[in-house]
Design a protein around this ligand. Structure first.
Ligand SMILES: NC(=O)c1ccc[n+]([C@@H]2O[C@H](COP(=O)([O-])OP(=O)(O)OC[C@H]3O[C@@H](n4cnc5c(N)ncnc54)[C@H](OP(=O)(O)O)[C@@H]3O)[C@@H](O)[C@H]2O)c1
Length: 300
């Protein structure tokens, strides 16, 4: 019997033997919250967090996105507790390039020492000897791509790859110029930028990456901390007998074959809803209505 996460098909990261279901899972929401500190400390319900991860894998998810700066450390530790020893086909993608301050802030951590420590911290907390994919999360602007050379930090990751601690490298929060700069240093297998129904600044970039068979992994696929809301989204969902978040995910999966989705949730009920989106067909009229949703104003 097919598992829910298989329904949208698979994608092989370019130049690798890593093939994942296009419907994946993003683990950031598993960490807790402490006052104004988001993605901080243990989750409110640890058993539910573990159950979400186990249910995801049972339902066919074999691509999990994480970082050691979620929690910090907490999300990776939950993944290890829930899933180690890992299924052979599970691809865990992490990111480095930021460190959390004691006040919960997210700060650039691009020095050789910081990047090396981040890789070792991910390996330790995930219980791995090598990480399948590491994204360099660029922090020149915290919420959107901003120009600037990434050659130095990327060269450090390339060296750690030579040493066998990292198998493949991706980029996050980057511009096309930065991707081109990176490709002169190391093969880039995936790009993770913010993109969803209401934020489509990367439309042209997605086409370009599709031509190169590089995976595009939109972060905040459901709108992030403030889930997407639009009249057209609600209407289409009603017409299809689906939930709005399912429609938002189905739209992304339809948008381009190189898009892999990693919706985040700390609840099994939402996980099940999200996974079902892999099988949701959007008719042409629904696609037209969704494509016409106007861009949202940036909160940041
Ligand atoms: N590279 C980067 O800079 C970056 C930045 C942010 C995130 N990420 C990655 O991208 C992944 C996805 O982003 P995200 O988790 O922040 O945001 P998201 O997937 O866009 O949305 C998650 C939010 O939607 C809610 N939600 C999930 N499923 C739902 C459903 N079926 N119905 C209603 N609400 C639902 C979640 O709440 P509940 O928990 O209550 O379900 C949560 O508040 C993260 O987990 C992380 O791995 C990367």
């Amino acid at each position: 019997m097919h598992q829910p996460a298989e329904a949208a098909g698979t994608y092989t990261l370019p130049g690798t033997t890593l093939t994942v279901n296009r419907m994946g899972y993003g683990a950031m929401q598993l960490a807790g919250k402490e006052g104004g500190k988001m993605v901080w400390g243990p989750p409110p319900d640890m058993e539910e967090a573990i159950a979400v991860l186990r249910a995801a894998v049972e339902d066919g998810v074999n691509h999990i996105d994480t970082s050691d700066f979620y929690g910090p450390h907490v999300t990776n530790q939950i993944i290890r507790r829930a899933l180690h020893p890992y299924p052979q086909d599970l691809v865990i993608v992490t990111k480095v390039g930021a460190l959390r301050g004691p006040d919960g802030s997210w700060n650039e951590a691009f020095t050789r020492e910081e990047l090396t420590q981040a890789i070792h911290s991910n390996l330790r907390n995930l219980g791995l000897e090598a990480i399948d994919v590491v994204n360099l999360r660029v922090m020149f602007h915290r919420f959107r791509p901003a120009e600037g050379s990434i050659a130095e930090p990327l060269s450090v990751l390339a060296e750690l790859r030579e040493k066998g601690l990292i198998r493949h490298i991706g980029l996050s929060n980057v511009t096309r110029t930065q991707i081109e700069e990176a490709q002169k240093i190391v093969p880039v297998v995936c790009v993770q930028n913010e993109y969803n129904l209401a934020h489509r600044e990367d439309d042209a970039l997605i086409e370009e990456l599709a031509r190169q068979e590089i995976a595009y992994v939109p972060y905040f696929p459901l709108g992030g901390f403030t889930p997407l809301q639009a009249d057209a989204l609600t209407r289409v969902a009603q017409e299809l007998g689906a939930r709005p978040m399912q429609v938002a995910l189905a739209w992304l999966l339809h948008r381009s074959p190189n898009i892999l989705v990693i919706p985040g949730t700390g609840r099994r009920a939402h996980l099940q809803e999200n996974l079902q989106a892999a099988a949701l067909h959007l008719p042409a009229s629904a696609l037209a209505a969704l494509d016409a949703i106007p861009p949202a104003n940036r909160e940041h």
